[in-house]
Each structure stands twice: as C-alpha cells, then as structure tokens.
Ligand binder design. Structure first.
Ligand SMILES: O=c1[nH]c(=O)n([C@H]2C[C@H](O)[C@@H](COP(=O)(O)O)O2)cc1CO
Ligand SMILES: [Zn+2]
Length: 159
C-alpha cells in the first residue's frame, strides 16, 4: 500500500521556493521563487541576489543610507531571477510559488511572461505602494493570486 504522509503539491513547490531562498546572501529578507508548469513540472527557480559579476563581497547589503550604498539598486529579485533563468521557451499558463508577495516591478515581468497564478507565503509589505500596485495590475491582467496555506508540517533534512 502506498505511503499516506507524502507532501502535497503546494508543500512541495513552496518548499522548493523556500530552499532556493536559503541561497540568498541578503541579511534582511531571503526570498525564493519556483515556477511550475500546468503539468506540475518545475520549470525554474530563483532567489534574490546581485547580478552575475557583481560580487556579494563588493556590493553593499545595507538597507539604509545613500541609495547607491544600499542593496536596492543592485539586487535582482527572486521572481525576476526565476523568470530569467528559464531558457525553455514560454512560461504561458505557468504558476509561480514565491515566499514573499511580488513587488510591482516583478509583477510586470510576471504578467508579461504569461504566468497565470501566484501563490505567496509572506505578505509583510502588503501596505506599501509597490505591493498595492502589484495587486492592482494582477487583478487587471487576470493573474490569480492566493496565499499559501501553511500545513504546519515541519521538515528536517540532513544536508
Ligand atoms: O518581491 C520581492 N522579491 C524579492 O526578491 N525581494 C528582495 C529584494 C531584497 O533583496 C529583499 C528585501 O529586503 P528588505 O526586506 O531588507 O527591504 O528581498 C523583495 C521583494 C519585495 O516584495
Ligand atoms: Zn520584485
């Protein structure tokens, strides 16, 4: 008889997104994303980090101060990295699992890439103009978004 305590699709894909986020060097917020095709096959993953060639040890991870001395102008968001990492063709009809609600810049890339559903975990920036703009664009473009429903399952892995 088959096992009954296997993880659900949602746990699997959000788990993969979380694991991707664990690669982030950002001391503030680590974000992970996982793009899934309509057939439940993983197409791409990403996390927030500096572009190729922009050293994690030379570019700043600061949140505050002179803009050019903060991470914000340089960091690539997890969602954009996941979209750009995909080299297989079209993402039309795909789903995006992401640990943090996408900002307005990622929302534009999500819509334009043809992703049709966003499943997010944390929404700590919900009241910011950026996230409010994302939701407005998603609604207008017909991109569905829903909060990930945590199962409460904890997974321990020896790595
Ligand atoms: O959607 C997102 N995706 C994403 O990867 N990020 C990244 C950019 C930064 O590296 C970090 C946010 O940092 P902070 O919370 O310290 O402002 O998360 C931030 C957002 C904002 O919603
Ligand atoms: Zn973003």
């Amino acid at each position: 008889m088959k096992r009954e305590d296997y993880i659900s699709w949602d746990e699997y894909f959000m788990g993969v997104a979380k694991l991707a986020g664990m690669r982030s060097k950002d001391p503030g917020t680590q974000v992970g994303a996982c793009i899934v095709g309509q057939d439940n096959k993983i197409l791409s993953m990403g996390y927030n980090g500096f572009p190729i060639g922009c050293s994690d040890d030379e570019f700043p991870w600061e949140r505050e101060g002179d803009t050019l001395k903060t991470k914000y102008p340089y960091v690539t968001h997890s969602e954009l990295n996941a979209i750009l990492n995909y080299r297989g063709g079209s993402l039309a009809g795909a789903k995006l699992y992401v640990t943090l609600f996408p900002c307005n810049e990622c929302a534009k890339a999500i819509i334009q890439s043809g992703i049709r559903e966003v499943i997010y975990d944390c929404d700590k920036y919900a009241e910011t103009p950026s996230v409010r703009a994302s939701k407005r664009m998603f609604r207008a473009a017909g991109v569905a978004y829903r909060p990930y429903s945590r199962s409460g399952r904890t997974v321990k892995m020896e790595l």
